[in-house]
Each structure stands twice: as structure tokens, then as C-alpha cells.
Design a protein around this ligand. Structure first.
Ligand code: ADP
Length: 643
């Protein structure tokens, strides 16, 4: 076993790897960018080496600097985590040329699976079912259109170099093919520098089921499947293992195919074979097809660990250090059911816009496994994926594990940034999901209901007002607020209430003309006579109520408020660093509140920037193709004069 390894990554996955290293007595070296000087993974590691600026190209993608850091610290191996350099065969070769071990597959195996067309051809040869379609070299538009006709509509155009759902277009009508092809090709050229595409049969009612494999370079085993059908725009939201409705026959067929795939390329380490499954008629062994292989540890690996009892990072270290596969296929079994939800700092009602902010308060329930790279007080920076944590639950049955997930999410306390918690909780309560009827279209079909904001609960609001008044503070709990008037107005961003102190441990809060009596004793709170299950948290960003109804109140600061929304100066600013993809307005144009002004590409996704109010475009300050910083002014609106 290695004495010391370097982790070429950040965030939750770096912390996750360090956890296993600690347990195994392997020393760890972290690397970090300027934005991550005080990050959790740096604090956890035994040593840390600074790489450079916050942009990934200046830090986590600098293979040369990472290899130099490993050598100077005496690390024997490099674990790449996921993302960044994890699937870069040139990096693997450079690591090996420096006399170090890459904890992952060979450069050759990564290359074999790097392009979707070559991978499909290879898998076909190995006897793995692939989605019917065309993945040949002919890229002539007419030839591709004929291929689409032969395959039969609907079809899916996919960039061969694709990832993250980019360069992918569904086409339902032959009349739309040429235009869809053109746009897929241009997106692929921009994103990957490779415009080549393949054409696939579009699978109706598709489920995304993937198989975890593990190889030693010759032989491979599989660790069963994960269902990742709950996706939004091809991005996974909640994953589970095993797949609901899986039969033993189908599992054996998928597992065998996955092992064949891994062995065909002499795979070493942890990998995932992603299959698309036609779920329109239950799960049937003749209705799954290879989509692609991810040659690394996957974000959602913890659900597999939960049902198999295996630590996949430990297996990675053992196999990379030369040990044989730690278990044979017949030793591997499934016990129970597990879920993982991806908790993000994102503004769901605003279209899942990635958010930033300092986590003024952060607390996770003990009952779930939490994988996180942040602590209370840490910032979610605009530079990286805005993931706060993965919340993983386990139970003897799917129903128990899903209830545990719902409860764990309800008990997760985050303040200081908006999050997708409400959305995740709504998903855990979705009837179809509860019944195990999952497919990749579920979220899109029910999006409106899933993102609908519930009106804030009046009693939870009353509790928050008491918190905002400072009465939840232990020192003031007696109600001895002598220097405060007994009756006062409490104002926050977006509202106000009247608070009257009634005596020690009692106050009346009048909200929208409705009085609520709040009483407290120790840590227990009653509103209108009912004991509350919610908790009050007072923090630097205001007051939050957790544990049932969630409420966040930010005290109103009259100075800071003066120029809220668009800054009062009519400027629409870029919420994060990114690339201006399109500007949809021109100078002099009249726009209505909510109308799309421009599209920004950031964090691998496109975001529409909309007008905060009606107005006239006074200035267009950015053009398509501009790289902009967070806060950069893009569009200036003038008031509409009503004459
Ligand atoms: P990427 O590498 O860009 O993530 P994938 O090939 O992994 O692309 O596909 C991403 C998602 O797109 C899948 O999880 C699935 O939801 C959907 N998808 C892919 N291929 C098909 C297909 N042939 N029919 C229907 N949906 C598909």
C-alpha cells in the first residue's frame, strides 16, 4: 500500500478520498487554488500545495504543477477524483512518465472510451448491446439524414466527443433534421473542438441505469446497478441503488454486459458503464443498450457503497498499489436500498441558476451519510460546481430509504445561500417517484409542481420574527429586553411585523393583521398554543427556521436596500463569471419585466438573464462571445416614460 498519495481535486470528492486514506493510514497531500486556501479539503489533508489562480486552467487542470507537487512532497500516487484531469489520458501518461502511479485506468482504456462513436464500435465487437443507430465516419449531412430515416424517428443526434448533455438534439420530424444537425454540430465544435456526431434511435420512456464495474487490468467484477433516471436537462438529481423494478434476469444480463465491456479494454480500477433502458414495458433483458463508459469514480458511487458495504476508494487504492481484486463476483451481494440527493446552491425558481454565498449556517442530520467539501462559514464561490453536499440514506427497503431521505433533507440546515432543498424534498414526495415509476422525463413533466414555492407558513414566520427581534438569543430569553421598547416593528427584506413583548417568554407577533402568540421555555417553542417541531437558528445572515417549514429572514438594512434588484442603476449584471452566448435585445428596444435579455453560459449550463422590470434598452454593454466576470454590467435599461 502507498504511504502517501496526492489528491488532484477539491470539494467533497477530495474530502471523501481523504476519509478513506485516513482510515487506511495513508498520508494525504491536497492541492488548492487561490479560491480554496481555507477550504475543507486543505484543512483535512496532512499537507497541501498551492497551485495558482482560481480558474481551473490556472490550478486544478495544471497537470505539470500537480505532478511537481506530488514529487516534491514524496507522494507515490495521484488520485484524480472526478472531473478536472480524471479522464485525461495525456495526464495519465505524464504521471506515469514521472514515476508515479495514477489511481485509475490506463491511458489506453480512457482513450478507447473517450469518443462515443469509437466506444460504441468497440462495444459492439465485444458483444455489448448498443443503441441502434449510425456511428460511422461519414459526416455528410445528406448521409446522416438518410441514416436517420433508416433508424426511424424520433432520433437523437449526439456529439461523439460529447459530455454533460452538450451537442445533443432530439429530432421528431425529418423536416427538422437538417437544422438540428447544424446546431448540434456547432455546439459540439464550440464545446469540444470536434463537430462529429452520431445518430441514435431515441428511446421512449428512457431510464438511465448504470453498472458499477471494477477491474484489475485483466478481470473485472460488477457491483450492481444504480438508477439515475431522475435528471434535469440530462443532469442527475437523485440517484438510487438498486434500480426499482429490477429483475434478477435483467441484472445478470446488464452485469455480464458491463463486465464484458470492462474486460474488452483491460480496465483497471473503478468505472461505470451507462446504459439506456426502454422502460415502457417494465425492465426486460433485451431492452438495454450501452451509452458510454465513465472511466473514473462516479459522483453517485456512495449508493453502491451503501448496498454492497464496500468502500470503492479503498478498492481503488488497493488495486492501484498492485493488490488483486478484493472480491470475486460471487462474494458480492446487495443488501437494502440507498438514495443520494445532490444538494446545490442554486436558485430553483429563477431557472436553477447557480448561486454563490457564504454559508452563514450549515448543519446536517446525523441520520444520513453526508459527503461535503464545505463547513459553516465557508463560501460557495463562482469558480466551481456549486455543490454543497451529497445526502445519502440507506434502509432495508426502498420505501424506508426514501422516507429517510425526505427526513434527512427536511433536517438539513443551510443559510446564507439559496439551495435546491425544497425541490429535492418535493421530489421525495412525488407520487410516481415514490412508486418507483422513474424515467428521465419525470422531472421535466412535473417541473411546475416540483418548483412551486409554497407560501411561507405564518407560524414559522412568527417564530422567525421573534428570532429577528433577538428574543431567541439565550441571554435575552427571559424577555428582559429593557433597552428595547415593548412594542416595535420588526422589518426584514420583503416584509415586516409588529412584535409586542407580553412578559418573560412570551410575545405577540402581528403578521398581515393576524396576531400569533409565541411562547418559549428553554429550547421549546409554542405558537398559538402548539408546540413547534421547528428550530430557530440566528446567524450572520439573519434568522432561519428549520426542521419543518423553512423560513429565512434577512434583517432589513435601509442603506443596503437603497439600490437593490438591478442596483437601482438599471443595469443587468452577470451573476457569475461566464461566456455571453447571446444578446436578445438591441438599443432602443422596449422590454417587459421577465423578458429574456441575454444568455450566459456558466458552470456548464446556459442561464437566461431577464429584465427585472419594464423598460427601454438604453445600452447593450456586452456581445455574444464575450467572457465576463461576476458583476459585469451587460445591459442598461431606462425607465419607460408614459407619455
Ligand atoms: P453526455 O455524455 O452528454 O452526458 P449521454 O450519452 O451520457 O450524454 O446521455 C445523457 C442522457 O441523455 C442520458 O442519461 C439519457 O437521459 C439521455 N439519452 C441519451 N441517449 C438517449 C437515447 N438514445 N434515447 C433517449 N434518451 C437518451
Amino acid at each position: 500500500m502507498f504511504d502517501k498519495i496526492l489528491i488532484a481535486n477539491r470539494g467533497e470528492i477530495a474530502c471523501r478520498i481523504i476519509d478513506t486514506c485516513r482510515r487506511m493510514g495513508v498520508a494525504t497531500v491536497a492541492v488548492y487554488s487561490d479560491a480554496d486556501r481555507a477550504a475543507r479539503h486543505v484543512a483535512m489533508a496532512d499537507q497541501a500545495v498551492h497551485l495558482g489562480g482560481p480558474a481551473p486552467a490556472d490550478s486544478y487542470l495544471r497537470g505539470d504543477a500537480i505532478i511537481a507537487a506530488a514529487r516534491s512532497t514524496g507522494a507515490q500516487a495521484i488520485h484524480p477524483g472526478y472531473g478536472f484531469l480524471s479522464e485525461n489520458p495525456d495526464f495519465v501518461e505524464a504521471v506515469e512518465a514521472a514515476g508515479l502511479v495514477f489511481i485509475g485506468p490506463s491511458a489506453r482504456a480512457i482513450r478507447a472510451m473517450g469518443l462515443k462513436d469509437a466506444a460504441k464500435a468497440l462495444m459492439e465487437e465485444a458483444g455489448v448491446p448498443v443503441v441502434p443507430g449510425y456511428h460511422g465516419a461519414d459526416q455528410d449531412p445528406d448521409g446522416l439524414a438518410q441514416a436517420a430515416d433508416r433508424i426511424g424517428y424520433p432520433v437523437l443526434i449526439k456529439a461523439v466527443a460529447g459530455g454533460g448533455g452538450k451537442g445533443m438534439r432530439r429530432v421528431d420530424d425529418p423536416a427538422d433534421f437538417a437544422e438540428a444537425l447544424e446546431s448540434a454540430r456547432s455546439e459540439a465544435q464550440n464545446a469540444f473542438g470536434n463537430a462529429a456526431v452520431l445518430i441514435e434511435k431515441y428511446v421512449l420512456q428512457p431510464r438511465h441505469i448504470e453498472v458499477q464495474v471494477f477491474g484489475d487490468g485483466t478481470r473485472a467484477v460488477h457491483l450492481f446497478e444504480r438508477d439515475c433516471s431522475l435528471q434535469r436537462r440530462h443532469q442527475k438529481v437523485i440517484e438510487e441503488a438498486p434500480a426499482p423494478g429490477m429483475t434478477e434476469e435483467m441484472r445478470r444480463a446488464m452485469g455480464d454486459a458491463a463486465v464484458r465491456a470492462a474486460e474488452a479494454i483491460g480496465y483497471s480500477g473503478a468505472g461505470t458503464i451507462e446504459f439506456i433502458v426502454d422502460g415502457s414495458d417494465g425492465l426486460r433483458p433485451d431492452r438495454f443498450w450501452f451509452m458510454e463508459m465513465n472511466t473514473r469514480l462516479q459522483v453517485e458511487h456512495p449508493v453502491t457503497e451503501a448496498i454492497t458495504g464496500i468502500d470503492l476508494v479503498e478498492w481503488q487504492l488497493r488495486v492501484a498499489s498492485g493488490e488483486p481484486l478484493p472480491a470475486a463476483q460471487q462474494d458480492l451481494t446487495i443488501r437494502g436500498h440507498a438514495f443520494e440527493a445532490r444538494l446545490y446552491a442554486e436558485d430553483v425558481p429563477a431557472g436553477f441558476l447557480p448561486a454563490t454565498g457564504r454559508l452563514a449556517h450549515l448543519r446536517f442530520p446525523d441520520a444520513a451519510r453526508i459527503e461535503t467539501g464545505v463547513r459553516a462559514g465557508d463560501a460557495i464561490s463562482p469558480w466551481y460546481d456549486p455543490m454543497i453536499a451529497k445526502v445519502v440514506t440507506y434502509g432495508p427497503t426502498r420505501a424506508v430509504a426514501l422516507r429517510a431521505l425526505e427526513q434527512a433533507l427536511v433536517d438539513t440546515e443551510v443559510a446564507g445561500s439559496v439551495t435546491n432543498l425544497d425541490f429535492l424534498i418535493a421530489l421525495t414526495r412525488h407520487d410516481g417517484f415514490r412508486a418507483g415509476q422513474v424515467d428521465t422525463g419525470l422531472i421535466a413533466r412535473d417541473l411546475d409542481a416540483l418548483v412551486a414555492a409554497a407560501a411561507p407558513d405564518a407560524r414559522a414566520m412568527a417564530l422567525a420574527v421573534v428570532g429577528l427581534a433577538g428574543l431567541a438569543d439565550p441571554q435575552m430569553r427571559g424577555g428582559m429586553t429593557l433597552w428595547q421598547p415593548l412594542r416595535r416593528t420588526i422589518a426584514w427584506d420583503g416584509g415586516q411585523a409588529v412584535l409586542e413583548v407580553l412578559g418573560p417568554g412570551a410575545a405577540r407577533v402581528t403578521l398581515d393583521g393576524q396576531p400569533h402568540e409565541v411562547r418559549w421555555q428553554g429550547d421549546r417553542w409554542w405558537v398559538d398554543g402548539d408546540l413547534c417541531r421547528e428550530r430557530i437558528a440566528c446567524h450572520s445572515a439573519g434568522v432561519s427556521i428549520f426542521g419543518g417549514h423553512r423560513v429565512h429572514l434577512v434583517p432589513r438594512d435601509p442603506l443596503a436596500r437603497a439600490g437593490a434588484d438591478d442596483g437601482g442603476d438599471g443595469l443587468t449584471r452577470s451573476p457569475m463569471p461566464g461566456l455571453v452566448k447571446a444578446v436578445h435585445v438591441t438599443q432602443g428596444q422596449r422590454v417587459r419585466a421577465g423578458e429574456r435579455l441575454a444568455v450566459l453560459e456558466a458552470m456548464k449550463m446556459e442561464h437566461s438573464l431577464t429584465a427585472g422590470r419594464d423598460g427601454i434598452v438604453a445600452e447593450v454593454l456586452a456581445a455574444a462571445g464575450d467572457q465576463v466576470e461576476a458583476g459585469a454590467a451587460l445591459i442598461r435599461l431606462d425607465e419607460v416614460s408614459d407619455d
